[in-house]
Design a protein around this ligand. Structure first.
Ligand code: SF4
Length: 143
């Protein structure tokens, strides 16, 4: 059994209203980055946690504290969501900090399938704030 944690972006979950539905759907269907696990290995979602927000001086420490809460449940891998992969300027800094603090946990960049290019996704996110009726589903669907 693969014990999995997911780290989501606070901007995506709170400002964009993302419910992580696409990530969870592909975890269930073993698609996107979840297709990399051996077929005979059941996937066990241990928990989902938000990043603590774009970093201030204590940003990295706050993230490590949150991940510690997941690590205590013996997660083997933590997936950075597609939102973090495409939008977060701190992604590599966070990856390095987590790999150093939790060497036993594999950090995977990405979750669900990529239906549009990262650039298109970033442009759609930028437009979202001018079109408040749009949702994350609109953002991830080919138009
Ligand atoms: S630090 Fe990255 S993951 Fe966290 S809220 Fe900011 S953009 Fe999102």
């Amino acid at each position: 059994m693969a014990r999995i944690g997911i780290l989501t972006c606070s901007n995506a979950t709170q400002d964009l209203g993302c419910s992580s539905a696409s990530c969870l759907a592909d975890l269930r269907k073993r698609e996107g980055t979840f297709s990399d696990y051996p077929k005979d290995k059941p996937l066990d979602l241990v928990g989902i946690i938000n990043c603590p927000g774009c970093p201030t001086l204590a940003g990295e420490d706050k993230l490590l504290q949150r991940i510690r809460a997941l690590a205590e449940f013996r997660v083997e891998a933590i997936h950075f969501t597609y939102c973090i992969k495409t939008l977060c300027p701190f992604r590599e800094k966070y990856r390095t900090a987590l790999e150093k603090a939790f060497p036993e946990i594999k950090i995977v960049i990405g979750t669900h399938r990529e239906h549009i290019t990262p650039e298109e996704f970033r442009q759609r996110v930028g437009r979202l704030f001018a079109q408040p009726r749009k949702t994350m589903v609109d953002l991830l669907t080919i138009s």
